[in-house]
Design a protein around this ligand. Structure first.
Ligand code: AVI
Length: 328
């Protein structure tokens, strides 16, 4: 493994653990109640998410990997030579490996991840596959401005890789803000390679978030288990149900935890009252047509240069550059 791979950069901007209680209490005071979806991803939640990706109903991962298997060479060709690849999140080892395997003389790979454990894991895995590749892990929250590590040599282009359709977990307004931030980080000549789940027949979308084995339900409920573990709250997991339904007007899956009875839950010093059937909104997963996504990108000053889609039109991988840029 390249020795630089172990040099973990911490931009010092990860939120303090003490803020968690305040974030949760504020979300549960809101009307309707809501909790941020990043709360899913403690160690248990991340392991459950890996399992979700293997469920037969969850087509997103399967389709994106298949797309990368077929098109990695043409995608890498589009990115060009001497690229610095910055990945938002670091949990997509298979897709990243497929991409890096086709890239010509990449300058460095910078996985950006808020928690150090998955970051170390991805560094180890990639180090084994690409011993010559400088890996510069950055421990940071990718939704906030990043201080990217100094590359080992000057890249021709910085490409931000954001697979998995995680962009769908942001509202349209948040997504534009995030894309605009990426636009700044990639620079004049840079690009964004992004996985975007597509609009399709409602049955398959809803099935993906309501798998028969109940893994997604366990993933959603783990958020409350996490709060019990970390904040000492007393959520009764048996008294909440996972609900995920497609809001066709908004073009998104809306996931909630629904209280099965009237109850009170202790969260820190606050007592939170729930009515029977009352929901906590925990996630949105937006689905886009190629046209929808192009207009979202345009609001962030970006232009879609190329779209790769599977034959069933389930999922897309898109390459964006600055709108009107001459450096294509
Ligand atoms: C990470 N993200 C793209 C997943 C999604 O499809 O919205 C998270 C997820 N939630 C439930 N299942 C998967």
């Amino acid at each position: 493994m390249n020795i630089r791979a172990l040099d973990l950069h911490d931009d010092g901007r990860t939120p303090p653990a003490s803020g968690l209680l305040e974030i949760v209490q504020r979300g549960l005071r809101a009307q309707p109640k809501r909790l941020p979806s990043w709360l899913f991803y403690d160690a248990q939640g991340s392991a459950l998410f890996e399992q979700i990706c293997e469920q037969p109903e969850y087509y997103l991962t399967r389709c994106e990997i298949a797309l990368m298997q077929v098109h990695a060479a043409s995608i890498a060709d589009r990115l060009g030579v001497d690229v610095r690849l910055v990945e938002y999140g670091s949990g997509s080892a298979t897709k990243t490996r497929l991409l890096l395997g086709h890239m010509a003389s990449p300058v460095s790979y910078v996985p950006v991840e808020i928690s150090p454990d998955p970051l170390h894991q991805s560094v180890r895995q990639l180090g084994d596959c690409f011993p010559q590749l400088p890996v510069q892990p950055l421990c940071a929250d990718f939704t906030r401005p990043l201080r990217l590590p100094i590359p080992p040599r000057a890249p021709r282009r910085t490409v931000i890789y954001f697979p998995g359709s995680t962009i769908g977990n942001f509202s349209a307004r948040e997504a534009v803000t995030l894309l605009r931030k990426m636009r700044g980080e990639m620079g004049e000549n840079g690009g964004i390679l992004i996985g975007v789940d597509l609009k399709k027949e409602v049955g398959s979308i809803e099935a993906a978030y309501n798998d028969a084995a109940g893994v997604t339900a366990a993933f959603t409920l783990n958020m409350l288990a996490r709060l019990n573990r970390e904040l000492g709250s007393d959520f009764d997991l048996a008294a909440f149900r996972h609900r995920a339904h497609y809001n066709a007007l908004a073009g998104r899956i809306e996931t909630s935890l629904v209280s099965q009875r009237a109850q009170k839950v202790q969260v820190g010093r606050a007592q939170v009252a729930f009515g029977e059937g009352e929901a906590i909104r925990v996630e949105i997963s937006c689905k886009y047509s190629p046209e929808d996504f192009a207009s979202l990108a345009a609001k962030a000053g970006l232009e879609v240069m190329r779209v790769w889609v599977d034959p069933e039109r389930m999922f897309s991988v898109q390459y964006l550059a600055r709108a009107g840029s001459v450096a294509r």
